[in-house]
Every structure is written in C-alpha cells, then in structure tokens.
Design a binder for this molecule. Structure first.
Ligand SMILES: N[C@@H](CCC(=O)N[C@@H](CS)C(=O)NCC(=O)O)C(=O)O
Length: 220
C-alpha cells in the first residue's frame, strides 16, 4: 500500500494527495505532527529516513520507491499510474506544463512565503512588492486562459499546484480579484473537482477548528 506523509496545512502535501486521488491510487495518508508556529515537529521517522536533510513533507513510500518533493512525486505518479494522464500528451505541451508547475512553486509561491512573515506589516514595501508579484502572475495566467480551460490545455499537475498555491496566497492577503475573471472561473472549475474538494475541505475544516481564517471563496 502506498503511503503519503503530509501535514494538515501542507500545500505541497495537498498537491500530492490531490494527484493521487485524481489517479485513483489507493493510498494511506499519514498526517505528521504539527505544532504551533506552523512547524511539523517532532519529525516523523519515515520523513527523516526519506528526506533526512530537508526533513519536509510530502514524502511518498511504496513497495518500490521512497520519494520526497511534490514535483518529483508527481513524476513518479504519472509514470506508475499513466491513466488518467496529468501531463499533456505532446512533448512541447508537456514541457510547458512542467514549467508552469515549477513556476507555481518557485516563482509565484515565494511571494506568498514572504507574506507569511509580513502579516502584521501588509503596508510595508516588501509586502506590497510580494502582493504585486502575485498580481503579475495572476495576469500572466489570465492570458493563458484566453485560449484554454486549464493552464496547460488539459487539466494537469500545473492546475493542481497553482490551485493550492492560490489558496495560500488568498489566506495571506494576496488573493486574485475581479481583474482576472477567467482565472476566477478556472479556480471554480478546479475547486469543484471531487479530488480537489476531498483534500481542500478537510484542510479548511482544520483551519476553522483552530479559529484561523478560511478564504471566502472556500466558505461553502
Ligand atoms: N519543494 C518541496 C517543499 C516541501 C515543503 O516546503 N514542505 C513543508 C510543509 S508544506 C515542510 O515540511 N516544512 C518543514 C516544517 O515546517 O517543519 C515540495 O515540493 O515538496
């Protein structure tokens, strides 16, 4: 049985869980301990075994492989469970989709990470710059959606990654607005998928149980 180690507020773990659900992979979800200050402590022994230097979730373990990093795990899931495909078919389309998935994590999301530490200083120059970085990225995605329903054409890992990043951006004060109507419609389309709801709803319940804000668009 495949095991996915994640955390109750891990956006990277949620990416992996959504992908596994989309592909119908039978898996056991192990939620690692989570403490105040949003740290995952004490580290789970399997996380330490598989990811000893970074000590981060998500981690995936099955009979054959043990992996860390959500993007690496996406690649494994696609190879191991090719259907339904979550990368487009053509080589060029796949390359573009992979780049989008990586940009979501490494171009868009770093703005959100900056905002984590600036919640009491949202009018400061670095917070304004981070929000502007998010807004620029939303505009770029809005442009892509002029000709397609999903970021890379068919629904893909790129949508999963960016949807989760958008939830955290919204929580931290850099949510999308009416300036990007196609992106708002995309968010509804992705958020309505059963695999996405199955992962996001418990995460929002966890936030609510802690008295923490749930993005307005997820308050069903
Ligand atoms: N690039 C990694 C990032 C993973 C990551 O940042 N994980 C966070 C939780 S979302 C973590 O485990 N942090 C360690 C901690 O908070 O103690 C991935 O895509 O999986």
């Amino acid at each position: 049985m495949t095991r996915i180690y994640s955390g109750p507020l891990s956006m990277f773990g949620a990416k992996v869980e959504i992908a596994a659900r989309e592909k119908g992979v039978p898996f056991e979800l192990v939620m690692v301990p989570f403490i105040e200050g949003d740290h995952y402590e004490p580290k789970h022994p399997e996380v330490l075994r598989v990811n000893p230097v970074k000590q981060q979730v998500p981690v995936l373990v099955d009979d054959e492989v043990s992996l860390f990093d959500s993007t690496q795990i996406f690649e494994y899931l696609e190879d191991r469970y090719p259907s339904p495909a979550l990368w487009p078919r053509g080589i060029a389309e796949r390359a573009r989709a992979r780049q989008l998935e990586q940009k979501s994590d490494e171009v868009f999301f770093p703005n959100v990470i900056k905002l984590f530490g600036l919640q009491e200083a949202m009018q400061s120059a670095p917070a304004i710059a981070a929000c502007a970085g998010c807004a620029r990225f939303y505009e770029e995605m809005e442009g892509l959606l002029a000709t397609r329903e999903y970021l890379a054409g068919p629904y893909s890992f790129a949508d999963i990654a960016f949807y989760m990043a958008c939830i955290f951006a919204d929580r931290k004060g850099a949510g999308m607005t009416d300036a990007t109507p196609r992106l708002l419609a995309w968010r509804t389309r992705v958020g309505d998928r059963p695999a996405v709801r199955a992962v996001v709803e418990p995460m929002m319940r966890f936030l609510a149980s802690q008295g923490r804000g749930v993005p307005a668009f997820l308050q069903r």
